[in-house]
Every structure is written in structure tokens, then in C-alpha cells.
Design a protein around this ligand. Structure first.
Ligand code: CMC
Length: 428
């Protein structure tokens, strides 16, 4: 017999089904609540609300577990490639050797971006933020591929759109970097892989390919994999809800990029480095900043700390911290903010305020230090998060469509004025 939950309203009791996920998670199905009782549930920030059933990512915030399609993030980060993880997320299973080879070559074949897209760059002020440029350019792809606007695309057509976006995103990101420097773009190379192509377009020159240390390429691989999906977070929920109106993939991902930009979400990686720089310029002591973070009258928060779901170490942060030590040591980079970050982490982990609220370092705490060691400026950090998150957004958009989910449309509890009489200010 399946579990039920009962709710009693005005003397009437309603039995609500209790659903159990494959990892044992429980959910009370309230989808018929309003029809049967006239009541809705209220849950600002959706802290307790499951918006969908999903088979892509599982995370247990209490235990610090993250798995994609049943594979642990630790295994994937250590042993797989970014495109393998992308395929796994989007299509549900790891690819065979042949399928992976085709997936790679299809994506490589779509890395060139239409030259007319360059015209957009001329219109951006030279100091415009890379995330604004990225969302604009990804949205603009729909203008170049109008077939993507058809919400009834065949599976084959939808796959083409997916491959197109996976191929073009690194190129677009590299154009944004080049624009920030005023340098000419570097085109993708046929004989390069996904990550070395991306890094070459970022750091190479038109007639001089750049050769990267394996440690650099591996750090980039790990970072992209660690960001690849994280179930129903703010940007992913945005992608799903925009897509639920049958908006095309480019428009949906562009919306997700904007949601990611905020400093409470993906924008935290830029904010962390800026915070660490502030601490350094202020003499390096962390106590003042801890006190500010705890002061309820001060809007300052410890960036890179805390998470809606993790009430234990973010497993991604553990992997990133080690990768950070490794890559800095291999590259011989001595970044003073790394020591400040470690001191701040220790101080926060031993502070009662952070202990009581179960606030731990999240994925953004150390990632910026690696990006900086690789040569990126801080405004590019969230764009790199978006590049990593792209397969997850695509997978979630596709799952929502495959499951024919209804248009996303939350309700509200109206608390405004009731029945006011309009008195005209002047005669019409
Ligand atoms: N510094 C100081 N206090 C904090 C912090 C922090 N970073 N995070 C949470 N708190 C406090 C908060 O003030 C509240 O205290 P109280 O119970 O006394 O009112 C309590 O902890 C619970 O916080 P909340 O804001 O209700 O929690 P939330 O789930 O709504 O917010 C969060 C989650 C990630 C937005 C928040 O922890 C935060 O602002 N962190 C800093 C920004 C950050 O690093 N974001 C990256 C998130 S991970 C990457 C991603 O996927 O986006």
C-alpha cells in the first residue's frame, strides 16, 4: 500500500498521495489540492516545493552527495571527459566509444559561428559585462537558426539545435574574451578537442596556437564537469519555466544565463575573488569580514559560503579545493588570496554562527582562484560557469519537453487592496 498524507480543512479530510523517488526521497503530491479544497500552498523561494520529477541529477544536501544519472560526481570528475558528461546528462546514459566519437565530431563541426554575429560586438560598450553579452548572443542564435523556433521539432532537428549550441557556446565565450581585450578572434581548429580548442580561442592568437600544460587542460576539464548540472537551482528552473511556454532552446538558455548572473547564484564566483581582494587590500585579516557577515544590519554576506540545499560540505567544493592546490602548485603560481581563502574558510567553519546555520564553502569559493591562475579575468568567471552548466540546462529543457510538462505558472496569495473606487483626476 502506498503512503498517503492527510490534510484536514474546515472539517473535511483529504488524502494526498506520498511519492517516493528512487533514492528514497519523499514528496506529498498536492497537484489536486486546489481543485479539491480551493486552497493553494505558499512557499516563497520554493524552499519545499518540488517543481518536477527528474531523472537527471540527485543530490543529498545533508550527506553532501551529488550524482548525475546515478554516477557519483567524484567518479565523473576524476575519470570522464566533459563531452561524455554532457552526453550522459542530455541523453541519459554514457555513450559508447562510437557514439562519443560522433558526438564529438558533430559538435566540432558546429563550432564556427556566423560572421554576422560579430556585428553584435561592435554595439557593445568595451566594458560591458561578459554575462550580458553572452545572454544576448545565445538568444541571437535563434535569429540565425529560425528552424529552432518550431516547438514541434523532430528529435533529429532538436538534436541538431542541441549540437549547434554545444558547438557554438565556447566560440562565443572566446569572442567575448577577445572583445574585452580588443584583440582579433581566433577561430576553432578542426584537429583540436573541445577544451583545447576553447582555451586556444581564448588565449591563442590568430596565427599562433597556444600549447597548454596538461595541468591547465585538466583543471578546465574538472571545472566544467563540476558545473555541468545541479538539479532545480535558480537558473535551471528558469530554463525549464521559459521552455515550458514552448520557447526555443536558445531563448530558454539565454534566460538561464541571466538567472545565473546574480551574485547569489553563479555570479558568486566573481564576487568571491573581489571579496578576497578587498580583504587582502584591507591587510588580510578575516575577522572583520566574518563580523560583517554575521551582522544582520550589514548587507555583506560571505560570498562562496552557504547553499540552499547543501547543509554539509558541497562535494564539488572539496574537489575544487584539491584541484586548486594541484594546479597552482603545478603552474608555480603563488596567489596570496589562496591563503586568505583558506584562513577565512577555517575561521568560518569554527564560528558558531556558521556552525549553527550549517554554512559551508560552496562550488564558487575556490573556483575563481583556479580561473585566475589559468589567466581569466574575474568578469569572465560566471561565463565559465555558464559554459560548464550548458549541458545540464539542455538536459533539463529536453526532459521537460520529453515529459510534456505543462506551462510553468505558480499561483499567489493576493494581499493587495480590495475594491477601490476610481475617482478621475480630470475629465477625458
Ligand atoms: N554569509 C552570511 N550569512 C549567511 C550566508 C552567507 N554567505 N548564507 C546564508 N546565511 C545566513 C542567512 O543570513 C540566514 O541567517 P538567519 O537564519 O539568521 O536569518 C541563514 O544563513 C539561512 O540563509 P538563507 O539566506 O535563508 O538561505 P538560502 O537558502 O535562501 O540562501 C544562498 C542560499 C546560497 C543564496 C546563501 O547562502 C548566500 O547568499 N550565499 C552567498 C552567495 C553564494 O555563495 N552563492 C553561491 C551558491 S552555490 C553556486 C550556485 O549554484 O549558484
Amino acid at each position: 500500500m502506498s503512503d498517503t498524507a492527510s490534510i484536514t480543512l474546515n472539517g473535511n479530510t483529504l488524502e494526498l498521495p506520498v511519492l517516493t523517488g528512487t533514492e528514497g526521497e519523499k514528496a506529498i503530491d498536492i497537484s489536486k489540492l486546489r481543485d479539491q479544497t480551493g486552497h493553494i500552498t505558499l512557499d516563497p523561494g520554493y524552499k519545499n516545493t518540488g517543481a518536477t520529477k527528474s531523472a537527471i541529477t540527485f543530490l543529498d544536501g545533508e550527506k553532501g552527495i551529488l550524482k548525475h544519472r546515478g554516477y557519483s560526481i567524484e567518479d565523473l570528475a576524476e575519470k570522464s571527459t566533459f563531452l561524455e558528461v554532457a552526453y550522459l546528462l542530455i541523453y541519459g546514459d554514457l555513450p559508447s566509444k562510437e557514439t562519443l566519437a560522433k558526438f564529438r565530431s558533430d559538435i566540432k563541426g558546429q563550432m564556427m559561428v556566423h560572421e554576422d554575429m560579430k556585428n553584435f560586438f561592435a554595439g557593445f560598450p568595451s566594458k560591458s559585462h561578459p554575462m550580458g553579452q553572452l545572454s544576448c548572443l545565445v538568444g541571437a542564435l535563434s535569429a540565425f537558426y529560425p528552424e529552432s523556433l518550431n516547438p514541434n521539432q523532430s528529435q533529429e532537428e532538436e538534436d541538431k539545435t542541441i549540437i549547434n549550441l554545444l558547438g557554438k557556446m565556447p566560440t562565443i565565450v572566446s569572442w567575448i574574451q577577445k572583445k574585452s581585450l580588443g584583440h582579433p578572434v581566433v577561430y576553432p581548429k578542426k584537429d583540436f578537442g573541445y577544451i583545447d580548442n576553447f582555451m586556444n580561442m581564448i588565449f591563442g592568437e590568430a596565427n599562433a596556437d597556444k600549447v597548454f600544460d596538461d595541468a591547465v587542460l585538466d583543471a578546465m576539464r574538472i571545472l566544467l564537469i563540476l558545473h555541468a548540472d545541479h538539479e532545480q537551482n535558480c537558473s535551471t528552473s528558469t530554463v525549464r519555466i521559459v521552455g515550458s511556454s514552448n520557447a526555443n532552446l536558445y531563448a530558454s538558455i539565454s534566460a538561464g544565463i541571466n538567472a545565473l548572473w546574480g551574485p547569489l547564484h553563479g555570479g558568486a564566483n566573481q564576487a568571491v575573488i573581489e571579496m578576497l581582494e578587498d580583504i587582502k587590500n584591507d591587510g588580510g585579516g578575516v575577522e572583520k569580514y566574518l563580523a560583517k557577515a554575521k551582522d544582520k544590519n550589514d548587507p555583506f554576506r560571505l560570498m562562496g559560503f552557504g547553499h540552499r540545499v547543501y547543509k554539509n560540505f558541497d562535494p564539488r567544493a572539496k574537489i575544487i579545493k584539491k584541484a586548486c592546490d594541484d594546479v597552482l602548485a603545478k603552474l608555480g603560481v603563488n596567489d596570496p588570496v589562496l591563503e586568505i581563502a583558506k584562513g577565512l574558510e577555517q575561521a568560518a567553519l569554527n564560528d558558531q554562527y556558521f556552525i549553527d546555520r550549517k554554512l559551508y564553502p560552496n562550488v564558487d569559493f575556490y573556483s575563481g582562484i583556479i580561473y585566475r591562475a589559468l589567466g581569466f579575468n574575474s568578469e569572465m568567471f560566471t561565463v565559465l560557469f555558464a559554459l560548464g552548466r550548458l549541458p545540464g540546462w539542455i538536459a533539463q529543457w529536453k526532459e521537460m519537453r520529453d515529459n510534456k510538462e505543462p506551462i510553468g505558472r505558480p499561483r499567489q496569495l493576493y494581499i493587495g487592496e480590495v475594491d477601490r473606487v476610481y475617482i478621475p483626476l480630470e475629465e477625458r
